[in-house]
Design a protein. Structure first.
Length: 759
């Protein structure tokens, strides 16, 4: 990739020492313009058109693998060449990994200027906005950011305080409801008004929990992810001076993955870009897969209504996948009605045909995947990291892991327990958070007895009672422990803990994050306690703790904000994909929802069965079904060279065995000329081995499975009368249907024995 190499210009050495800032800026612009023709040579016609449209709203439909990141980064370089200050450009995306990749590419294109462009995730932008403008928005700039685990602890304390049943009011569900409310710009008061007028008892209880939850966050000096967006948008909406300040600052805005924005994110961009209207959004409605976490596909589909004078460009040339993969993916996604018409194409060869594997059960499916990975590695000299296995639900990973372990295949699961979620890491981070903000109740509870200090449940209940009575945090309740009925030994331990945190806080402004962390390990004797355990688990925890120190060193080497505040913010905003790098030579296992933005030479999509993918009852709701189909499309378009689609005739999930028919998505690929059937055979030594046998006529076979007693068919039963098929499972002799009869009864019947007539 070409870039502006300042070293080519000898005058730069003298200019950088003697010129004014404006002169230096003009010189850098000259360098960029000189190289602009080289930039444009790297783009195809549609990409170039998108890059050169400087002013006004712009909608770019960027299909999978069409170079959207290149377009965004080159567009920023072009804006800089036109004299736009890097300080006036904002680029927003959804993952830290994507933001860092943009930043890296811009640094290559325009060294010396790229780092001045504000490139971040939505949440990072809002966190920085709220810290910068803290005194204008009524916040302490040292606020903490609570992750989902922290939220769960606060919600549990709310449920306990309100004497509610945790089985009826599940913390995970409550977090989801509150998060969606914040996405929709409903704060606790607004939600409460809606709940009261609804007459819904459950919603009214949730409103009470929501209000108490927010009070506890405020008491701890903390915000959750939803608050970051909600408070930023509210303050931009209601504070004219703030809104004008950021509208003047950001004259050019670029939003990546716009199809994944929720209502709060939509309003954020709308408010900041309202003055200049130089808003460029990049996305693909065919890859909108996050409605369950608030994403609204209407934001991209209705962008042209919001900005009637916008220009629209479609990027359809794919640089990632073979022609066969793209053709199959298109035959799937074209079945969605609610989409903008587009079709990816490539100059690459047809490539390998899509392979379809039918398995008798999930164990044979996992063995087939493992065997095929080994075969391809030996044949093509692939690395393990060239392979990825996708599945619809996390529960499907277990049998895959078992097979990989038996086969000696190294693997990594994206979305499992992440580094920053490990207990020992969260313990050290809790100390850092208390040093930063001692009123953090979640962190206080976490480490009050780590290492062991003899502070038990009774002592904590007494302390919490004081905090509740005085309306203060647990830290704020410590001065009152002399009046509580607490054992003298426990009272002394609490006093010592308070002095420890005060000692750790000394000189924190003059110490690096690494120095503070090492002081925590030294003063708490946490590592010494683990060493005393002398177990393999304890040794692994010690290794993880020192890996954390290495991570802190890395943060300090590359971050512009090296403060403790900056570090804790960065850690709080880490997501699943940020933990993974291609340098890990392991097969990647992940749910399809985490696959977006990634690519692999070979992809396996497993569990392609009706009821599993598309999941549950999504086939009965057009919007849910279309999102499931988009999820399938995302998975298919991650593959560069080879794509395997796999299903099992029966699968045991959560202790129940289900007979399955292949997913409708298999049928929709329209590329099936053969199927590979997995079966168990006997080797010479008498042991069982897995063999894969090719079977022709697969399309006819799949069609027969789907057409026989299709959903919605009217049937007649001699005993129950007329009815309609509302669900089906299994195949062949094991085909079962659920019939809703006109009498209102419903029955699950085995077709082989039910003597049903199609009417």
């Amino acid at each position: 990739m070409p870039g502006v190499h300042i070293g080519e210009y000898p005058a730069f050495f003298f200019l950088s020492r003697s010129c004014t800032r404006e002169m230096l800026f003009r010189f850098l612009i000259f360098c960029i313009i000189k190289h602009m023709d080289n930039f444009l040579d790297q783009l195809n016609e549609k990409q170039r058109e998108a890059v050169l449209l400087k002013d006004g709203p712009l909608l770019i439909f960027a299909g999978a693998g069409t170079g959207k990141t290149r377009v965004i980064t080159y567009r920023i370089a072009y804006l800089l060449s036109q004299g736009v200050s890097p300080l006036n450009i904002l680029a927003v995306t959804f993952t830290n990994k994507a933001a860092e990749e943009m930043r890296r590419r811009i640094d290559v294109l325009v060294p010396g200027m790229g780092r001045s462009v504000w490139i971040s995730t939505f949440h990072s932008f809002c966190a920085k906005f709220l810290r910068t403008e803290a005194r204008h928005v009524g916040l302490d700039p040292n606020f903490l950011i609570y992750d989902e685990n922290d939220q769960k602890q606060v919600i549990k304390s709310c449920i306990k305080e309100l004497n509610l049943d945790e089985k009826k009011f599940k913390p995970a569900r409550l977090i989801e409801i509150i998060s969606r409310a914040k996405d929709d710009m409903l704060d606790a008061d607004s939600y409460s008004i809606h709940a009261l007028t609804s007459g819904d008892y459950f919603r009214q209880v949730v409103a009470t929990i929501y209000g108490l939850y927010q009070s506890k966050l405020k008491q701890s000096g903390a915000l959750d992810f939803g608050d970051l967006l909600l408070l930023t948008v509210i303050n931009l909406r209601e504070n004219k001076a703030l809104k004008e300040k950021y509208q003047y600052r950001f004259r050019y805005i670029m939003v990546d993955e716009y199809q994944d924005t929720n209502h709060a994110q939509y309003l954020l961009i709308k408010y900041i870009g309202a003055e200049s209207k130089n808003i460029c959004v990049v996305g693909d409605d065919d890859q909108s897969i996050y409605s369950w976490r608030g994403a609204d596909i209407r934001n991209i589909l209705e962008f042209e209504k919001d900005y009637p004078d916008c220009r629209t460009i479609k990027l359809e040339q794919n640089y990632r996948s073979t022609s066969n993969i793209l053709s199959s993916a298109w035959h799937v996604i074209k079945n969605n009605e609610r989409r903008v018409e587009k079709k990816l194409w490539t100059n690459k060869e047809e490539g390998n045909p899509i392979k379809f594997i039918e398995n008798r059960n999930a164990i044979e499916e996992s063995e087939a995947v493992a065997g095929e990975i080994e075969r391809l590695r030996n044949k093509n000299k692939y690395n393990f990291c060239d392979f990825s296995v996708f599945y619809r639900t996390n529960a499907q990973s277990r049998v895959l892991e078992d097979s990989f372990r038996r086969s000696g295949i190294p693997y990594i699961i994206i979305g499992s327990v992440r580094f920053y979620e490990r207990a020992e890491i969260k313990n050290v981070l809790a100390y850092l958070r208390l040093i930063h903000n001692p009123h953090d109740n979640v962190s206080f509870r976490r480490v009050i007895n780590i290492p062991k200090r003899g502070i038990g449940k009774t002592t904590m209940q007494a302390l919490e009672s004081i905090a509740s009575e005085k309306g203060v945090s647990l830290w704020g309740a410590l001065p009152y422990i002399g009046f509580a009925e607490i054992a003298s030994s426990a009272r002394k331990s609490l006093f010592n803990f308070k002095e420890l945190i005060k000692e750790l806080q000394k000189n924190k402004e003059n110490e690096s994050v690494k120095e503070i962390a090492l002081k925590v390990l030294d003063k708490t004797n946490y590592v010494a306690e683990l060493e005393a355990e002398d177990t393999l688990e304890a040794k692994n925890r010690i290794e993880n703790i020192f890996e954390l120190i290495s991570a802190i060193e890395e943060f300090e080497s590359r971050s512009s904000d090296r403060t403790l505040t900056g570090y804790l913010t960065q850690v709080a905003l880490v997501n699943e994909i940020d933990d993974w790098t291609e340098s890990n030579d392991k097969v990647v296992l992940m749910t399809l929802h985490l696959a977006k933005g990634l690519e692999f030479k070979t992809v396996f999509i497993t569990g392609l069965e009706e009821g599993l993918f598309p999941i549950g009852e999504s086939s009965y709701d057009i919007d849910d079904l279309e999102e499931e189909r988009r999820l399938m499309y995302v998975g298919m378009t991650r593959a560069k060279e080879s794509l395997y689609l796999s299903w099992a005739q029966e699968r045991t999930v959560f202790g129940k065995t289900h007979w399955n028919i292949p997913s409708r998505f298999v049928q929709e690929t329209q590329s099936m000329d053969s199927i590979f059937e997995v079966r168990t055979a006997k080797a010479d030594a008498g042991e069982e081995v897995i063999e894969i046998e090719r079977k022709e006529g697969v399309k006819e076979y799949i069609d027969e499975q789907h057409q026989m007693f299709a959903l919605g068919s009217r049937v007649f039963h001699q005993k129950f009368g007329k009815g309609k098929i509302i669900d089906k499972s299994g195949s062949g002799e094991n085909l079962k249907v659920i019939v809703l009869f006109d009498t209102g009864q419903w029955k699950k019947l085995v077709v082989k024995y039910a003597n049903l007539d199609i009417i």
